[in-house]
Design a binder for this molecule. Sequence first.
Ligand SMILES: [Mn+2]
Length: 237
Amino acid sequence: MGFVCTTRTHVGHKRKLNEDSLLALTDEQIWAVADGMGGHDAGEVASAMVVDALDHLPPATSFLNRIGKAVGALEIVNSSLIELARSNGTDRTIGTTVVGLMTEAEEYCCFWVGDSRAYRISGGAISQISRDHSLVQDLVDAGMLEAERAEQHPNANVLTRAVGAALPLKVDTVTGRIEPSDIFVLASDGLTRIVREDEILAAITTLPMDKAADKLLDLTLARGAPDNVTFVIVKAD
Ligand SMILES: [Mn+2]
C-alpha cells in the first residue's frame, strides 16, 4: 500500500516560539507530531529529540519489532530529558507529547504519550484512535465530565503522561487494518482544541488533501490560534 502525506506547522497568534515538531517519512512509513513544553530551550528541544529519535530507528525484523524499537527510542528520550532537567538544576519538566503512526503492508500502529491526537477517517466517518493522557480525559472516562465540556475545563491542559515527565515511560499503542483510501490525521492540541472533529472530517472529505490542510490551518488561525498548531495528514493511496 502506498501513501501520500501533507503537513502544516505554525507558531499561532499568541506564542513566541513554535515548540511543536513533526516527522513525515512517507517512504519509511512513519509519521509523528510532538508538542513540547517547558518554554525556551526546553519544549522545542524535547519535541525535536523525539522526532529525531523516530527519524533514526534501527533496522527491524518485523512490524512488531519495529513498533518495539519506536517505543524503545521514546524510552531513551524520556530518560535523557529527565537527566537534562536534573542537570539544569530545575524542578521543571522538560517534556513533550508524541503521537506517531507506522504502517506496514495493510497494518497500522498508532502510538502516543500525552494529548496529541490521532484520528482515522474511514468509510466517511472520523474516529479518534488515540486516547488523551490528560486529567479531563480521566474525568470524562469516570463519567464526571461531559466530553463536550472538556475543552473548557480549567485543567484542560493538564497531562497525566508526557515524554520527560517520569520513569518508567508508558507508551500506548493501537494497531489495526488499513482500508483503501483511509486517512490518518496526527495533530497537536493547537488544532484539536480549536477545530472540531466534524470540521476535520468535512474538510478532508470534501477537499483535495492540500486544500483541506490549508482550510484546517486557516480555521485555527481565524479563531485566534492561541497555541502552536501542527498536523500531519496521511492518506492510503
Ligand atoms: Mn500545544
